[in-house]
Design a protein around this ligand. Structure first.
Ligand code: ZN
Length: 292
Protein backbone atom coordinates (compact mmCIF):
# COMPACT_ATOMS: atom_id res chain seq x y z
CA UNK A 1 0.00 0.00 0.00
CA UNK A 2 1.01 3.57 -0.73
CA UNK A 3 4.51 3.14 -2.16
CA UNK A 4 4.31 6.53 -3.83
CA UNK A 5 3.03 8.11 -0.64
CA UNK A 6 6.02 6.78 1.23
CA UNK A 7 8.29 8.11 -1.49
CA UNK A 8 6.75 11.58 -1.23
CA UNK A 9 7.08 11.51 2.53
CA UNK A 10 10.73 10.48 2.39
CA UNK A 11 11.40 13.33 -0.01
CA UNK A 12 9.67 15.78 2.33
CA UNK A 13 11.66 14.34 5.19
CA UNK A 14 14.94 15.09 3.39
CA UNK A 15 13.79 18.64 2.62
CA UNK A 16 12.77 19.10 6.25
CA UNK A 17 16.16 17.92 7.47
CA UNK A 18 17.88 20.33 5.07
CA UNK A 19 15.64 23.22 6.08
CA UNK A 20 16.33 22.52 9.75
CA UNK A 21 20.06 22.33 9.16
CA UNK A 22 20.15 25.63 7.29
CA UNK A 23 17.72 27.32 9.71
CA UNK A 24 15.22 28.05 6.92
CA UNK A 25 12.11 28.89 8.93
CA UNK A 26 9.73 29.63 6.05
CA UNK A 27 10.66 26.45 4.24
CA UNK A 28 10.29 24.32 7.37
CA UNK A 29 6.91 25.84 8.06
CA UNK A 30 5.78 25.27 4.50
CA UNK A 31 6.79 21.62 4.67
CA UNK A 32 5.03 21.11 7.99
CA UNK A 33 1.88 22.60 6.53
CA UNK A 34 2.08 20.14 3.63
CA UNK A 35 2.49 17.34 6.14
CA UNK A 36 -0.49 18.66 8.07
CA UNK A 37 -2.65 18.10 5.00
CA UNK A 38 -1.22 14.63 4.39
CA UNK A 39 -3.47 11.64 5.02
CA UNK A 40 -1.08 9.92 7.43
CA UNK A 41 -1.42 6.39 8.74
CA UNK A 42 0.48 4.02 11.00
CA UNK A 43 2.15 2.08 8.18
CA UNK A 44 3.55 5.25 6.61
CA UNK A 45 4.75 6.57 9.96
CA UNK A 46 6.51 3.32 10.61
CA UNK A 47 8.07 3.07 7.18
CA UNK A 48 9.29 6.64 6.82
CA UNK A 49 10.04 7.44 10.47
CA UNK A 50 9.13 11.01 9.62
CA UNK A 51 7.88 11.48 13.17
CA UNK A 52 11.47 11.44 14.38
CA UNK A 53 12.42 14.23 11.96
CA UNK A 54 9.42 16.34 12.97
CA UNK A 55 10.27 15.75 16.62
CA UNK A 56 13.83 16.92 16.01
CA UNK A 57 12.41 20.02 14.36
CA UNK A 58 10.14 20.65 17.32
CA UNK A 59 13.18 20.84 19.56
CA UNK A 60 14.96 23.45 17.44
CA UNK A 61 14.00 26.72 19.08
CA UNK A 62 15.88 28.66 16.42
CA UNK A 63 13.17 27.85 13.89
CA UNK A 64 10.63 29.87 15.83
CA UNK A 65 7.40 29.30 17.75
CA UNK A 66 5.19 28.60 14.75
CA UNK A 67 7.35 25.69 13.67
CA UNK A 68 7.41 24.31 17.22
CA UNK A 69 3.64 24.64 17.62
CA UNK A 70 2.80 23.06 14.30
CA UNK A 71 5.30 20.24 14.86
CA UNK A 72 3.79 19.53 18.27
CA UNK A 73 0.29 19.47 16.83
CA UNK A 74 1.31 17.07 14.08
CA UNK A 75 3.08 14.71 16.47
CA UNK A 76 0.11 14.60 18.79
CA UNK A 77 -2.28 13.78 15.97
CA UNK A 78 -0.02 11.14 14.45
CA UNK A 79 0.46 9.52 17.81
CA UNK A 80 -3.29 9.26 18.29
CA UNK A 81 -3.99 7.86 14.85
CA UNK A 82 -1.03 5.49 15.17
CA UNK A 83 -2.47 4.05 18.36
CA UNK A 84 -5.92 3.82 16.82
CA UNK A 85 -4.59 2.08 13.72
CA UNK A 86 -2.69 -0.35 15.89
CA UNK A 87 -5.75 -1.04 18.02
CA UNK A 88 -7.91 -1.57 14.96
CA UNK A 89 -5.41 -3.97 13.45
CA UNK A 90 -5.12 -6.23 16.48
CA UNK A 91 -8.89 -6.32 16.74
CA UNK A 92 -9.80 -7.42 13.27
CA UNK A 93 -6.78 -8.69 11.36
CA UNK A 94 -4.95 -11.13 13.61
CA UNK A 95 -3.33 -12.97 10.70
CA UNK A 96 -1.70 -9.85 9.34
CA UNK A 97 -4.06 -9.41 6.40
CA UNK A 98 -4.53 -6.19 4.51
CA UNK A 99 -6.11 -3.41 6.53
CA UNK A 100 -6.99 -1.28 3.55
CA UNK A 101 -10.62 -2.31 3.57
CA UNK A 102 -11.14 -1.05 7.08
CA UNK A 103 -12.54 2.39 7.74
CA UNK A 104 -9.45 4.40 8.53
CA UNK A 105 -9.74 7.54 10.56
CA UNK A 106 -9.29 10.43 8.15
CA UNK A 107 -6.03 12.31 8.41
CA UNK A 108 -7.52 15.25 10.15
CA UNK A 109 -10.46 14.67 12.46
CA UNK A 110 -11.43 17.45 14.77
CA UNK A 111 -12.87 15.89 17.88
CA UNK A 112 -15.73 17.74 19.46
CA UNK A 113 -17.22 17.19 22.85
CA UNK A 114 -20.07 14.71 22.68
CA UNK A 115 -22.81 13.29 24.85
CA UNK A 116 -26.35 12.10 24.29
CA UNK A 117 -27.61 15.61 25.05
CA UNK A 118 -24.98 17.44 22.97
CA UNK A 119 -25.62 15.06 20.07
CA UNK A 120 -29.34 15.82 20.30
CA UNK A 121 -30.18 12.14 20.49
CA UNK A 122 -33.68 10.99 21.41
CA UNK A 123 -33.32 7.61 23.07
CA UNK A 124 -36.16 5.10 22.79
CA UNK A 125 -38.41 4.85 25.88
CA UNK A 126 -37.56 1.78 27.96
CA UNK A 127 -40.35 2.04 30.55
CA UNK A 128 -37.74 2.20 33.28
CA UNK A 129 -35.91 5.27 34.51
CA UNK A 130 -32.98 3.11 35.60
CA UNK A 131 -32.57 1.52 32.19
CA UNK A 132 -32.90 4.86 30.42
CA UNK A 133 -30.23 6.35 32.65
CA UNK A 134 -27.96 3.36 32.04
CA UNK A 135 -28.44 3.63 28.29
CA UNK A 136 -27.43 7.28 28.46
CA UNK A 137 -24.33 6.37 30.49
CA UNK A 138 -23.25 3.81 27.91
CA UNK A 139 -23.84 6.22 25.05
CA UNK A 140 -21.90 8.98 26.80
CA UNK A 141 -18.96 6.64 27.34
CA UNK A 142 -18.88 5.20 23.80
CA UNK A 143 -19.23 8.58 22.05
CA UNK A 144 -16.10 10.04 23.67
CA UNK A 145 -13.59 11.11 20.97
CA UNK A 146 -15.60 9.26 18.35
CA UNK A 147 -16.40 10.50 14.86
CA UNK A 148 -19.06 7.86 14.31
CA UNK A 149 -22.56 9.25 13.74
CA UNK A 150 -25.06 9.44 16.55
CA UNK A 151 -27.60 6.98 15.13
CA UNK A 152 -24.97 4.21 14.98
CA UNK A 153 -23.73 4.95 18.48
CA UNK A 154 -27.30 4.93 19.79
CA UNK A 155 -27.92 1.59 18.13
CA UNK A 156 -24.76 0.15 19.77
CA UNK A 157 -25.48 1.48 23.23
CA UNK A 158 -29.14 0.42 23.06
CA UNK A 159 -28.15 -3.12 22.02
CA UNK A 160 -25.53 -3.26 24.75
CA UNK A 161 -28.00 -2.10 27.40
CA UNK A 162 -30.60 -4.61 26.20
CA UNK A 163 -28.12 -7.50 26.33
CA UNK A 164 -27.11 -6.64 29.89
CA UNK A 165 -30.75 -6.22 30.87
CA UNK A 166 -31.66 -9.61 29.42
CA UNK A 167 -28.67 -11.30 31.02
CA UNK A 168 -29.75 -10.38 34.54
CA UNK A 169 -33.51 -10.24 34.01
CA UNK A 170 -34.30 -13.47 35.83
CA UNK A 171 -31.17 -13.67 37.95
CA UNK A 172 -31.27 -13.48 41.71
CA UNK A 173 -30.32 -9.97 42.79
CA UNK A 174 -30.66 -9.12 39.12
CA UNK A 175 -30.97 -5.38 39.49
CA UNK A 176 -27.82 -5.03 41.58
CA UNK A 177 -25.92 -7.22 39.12
CA UNK A 178 -27.28 -5.24 36.19
CA UNK A 179 -26.19 -1.99 37.80
CA UNK A 180 -22.72 -3.34 38.63
CA UNK A 181 -22.22 -4.56 35.07
CA UNK A 182 -23.28 -1.22 33.59
CA UNK A 183 -20.97 0.61 35.99
CA UNK A 184 -18.07 -1.63 35.02
CA UNK A 185 -18.74 -1.12 31.31
CA UNK A 186 -19.10 2.61 31.80
CA UNK A 187 -15.86 3.07 33.70
CA UNK A 188 -13.88 0.92 31.28
CA UNK A 189 -15.34 2.52 28.18
CA UNK A 190 -14.75 6.07 29.30
CA UNK A 191 -11.31 5.32 30.74
CA UNK A 192 -8.88 7.90 29.32
CA UNK A 193 -6.08 5.33 29.61
CA UNK A 194 -7.96 2.80 27.54
CA UNK A 195 -8.98 4.54 24.28
CA UNK A 196 -8.53 1.27 22.37
CA UNK A 197 -11.61 -0.35 23.88
CA UNK A 198 -13.76 2.66 23.03
CA UNK A 199 -12.32 2.91 19.56
CA UNK A 200 -12.72 -0.78 18.79
CA UNK A 201 -16.35 -0.80 19.82
CA UNK A 202 -17.36 2.47 18.17
CA UNK A 203 -15.64 1.53 14.90
CA UNK A 204 -17.21 -1.92 14.95
CA UNK A 205 -13.96 -3.89 15.31
CA UNK A 206 -15.35 -5.35 18.50
CA UNK A 207 -18.98 -6.43 18.49
CA UNK A 208 -21.42 -5.30 21.12
CA UNK A 209 -22.25 -8.94 21.83
CA UNK A 210 -18.59 -9.70 22.52
CA UNK A 211 -18.23 -6.62 24.71
CA UNK A 212 -21.27 -7.60 26.76
CA UNK A 213 -19.55 -10.91 27.57
CA UNK A 214 -16.16 -9.42 28.47
CA UNK A 215 -15.04 -9.42 32.07
CA UNK A 216 -13.70 -6.27 33.68
CA UNK A 217 -10.23 -7.75 33.38
CA UNK A 218 -10.66 -8.44 29.66
CA UNK A 219 -11.75 -4.89 29.10
CA UNK A 220 -8.84 -3.45 31.03
CA UNK A 221 -6.35 -5.93 29.60
CA UNK A 222 -3.74 -3.34 28.70
CA UNK A 223 -3.82 -1.89 32.19
CA UNK A 224 -3.61 -5.32 33.68
CA UNK A 225 -0.65 -6.28 31.52
CA UNK A 226 1.13 -3.10 32.63
CA UNK A 227 0.52 -3.99 36.27
CA UNK A 228 1.88 -7.46 35.72
CA UNK A 229 4.96 -6.06 34.02
CA UNK A 230 5.45 -3.76 36.97
CA UNK A 231 5.14 -6.58 39.48
CA UNK A 232 7.63 -8.61 37.48
CA UNK A 233 10.22 -5.85 37.23
CA UNK A 234 9.92 -5.28 40.97
CA UNK A 235 10.63 -8.97 41.55
CA UNK A 236 13.69 -8.62 39.32
CA UNK A 237 14.87 -5.65 41.31
CA UNK A 238 14.51 -7.64 44.52
CA UNK A 239 16.50 -10.45 42.98
CA UNK A 240 19.20 -8.07 41.83
CA UNK A 241 19.62 -6.46 45.21
CA UNK A 242 19.98 -9.96 46.61
CA UNK A 243 23.17 -10.23 44.54
CA UNK A 244 25.13 -8.21 47.06
CA UNK A 245 24.40 -10.81 49.70
CA UNK A 246 25.38 -13.88 47.72
CA UNK A 247 25.42 -17.13 49.59
CA UNK A 248 28.55 -19.21 49.78
CA UNK A 249 28.27 -22.92 49.14
CA UNK A 250 30.21 -26.07 48.26
CA UNK A 251 27.27 -27.43 46.23
CA UNK A 252 28.88 -26.47 42.92
CA UNK A 253 32.17 -27.48 41.44
CA UNK A 254 34.06 -24.99 39.27
CA UNK A 255 34.69 -26.34 35.77
CA UNK A 256 37.97 -24.46 35.49
CA UNK A 257 39.84 -24.92 38.75
CA UNK A 258 37.76 -27.86 40.04
CA UNK A 259 37.40 -26.20 43.47
CA UNK A 260 34.14 -26.15 45.40
CA UNK A 261 34.32 -22.66 46.86
CA UNK A 262 31.53 -20.77 45.13
CA UNK A 263 29.04 -18.00 45.67
CA UNK A 264 25.65 -18.02 44.01
CA UNK A 265 22.43 -16.14 43.66
CA UNK A 266 19.13 -16.89 41.98
CA UNK A 267 17.01 -14.72 39.79
CA UNK A 268 13.69 -14.86 37.99
CA UNK A 269 14.88 -14.07 34.47
CA UNK A 270 11.90 -15.25 32.50
CA UNK A 271 8.21 -15.46 33.34
CA UNK A 272 7.14 -15.78 36.94
CA UNK A 273 5.96 -19.39 36.68
CA UNK A 274 9.27 -20.75 35.33
CA UNK A 275 12.12 -21.94 37.55
CA UNK A 276 14.72 -19.45 38.71
CA UNK A 277 18.10 -19.13 37.05
CA UNK A 278 21.07 -19.70 39.32
CA UNK A 279 24.23 -17.65 38.82
CA UNK A 280 27.44 -19.08 40.29
CA UNK A 281 30.81 -17.41 40.78
CA UNK A 282 33.91 -19.37 41.75
CA UNK A 283 35.52 -17.69 44.74
CA UNK A 284 38.90 -19.20 43.88
CA UNK A 285 39.35 -18.25 40.19
CA UNK A 286 36.46 -15.95 39.43
CA UNK A 287 34.92 -18.27 36.82
CA UNK A 288 31.20 -17.56 36.38
CA UNK A 289 28.37 -19.74 35.08
CA UNK A 290 24.66 -20.09 35.29
CA UNK A 291 22.01 -22.77 35.05
CA UNK A 292 18.26 -23.14 35.37
ZN1 ZN B 1 37.30 -21.77 39.73
Amino acid sequence: MGASEAKTLLQMKRHLQAAAQDGKKAQALDLLEQLDAFDMNAALLKETKIGITVNDLRKQNALGDRVTTLAKKLLLRWKTSYRQDAAGKTASAPSGGSTSSQPRPAGRVELRERSMKLDGVNPPPLNSQLRERCLEMLYNAICMDSDVDAAKLLDMSATLERLIHEEFLDAQGGEAKYKAKIRSLYSNLKDKENPELRYRISQGYLSVTALAKMSALDMASRERRRDMEKAKSEAMKDAQTAQSSQSETDMFKCGKCKQRKTKYYQMQTRSADEPMTTFVTCVNCGNRWKFC
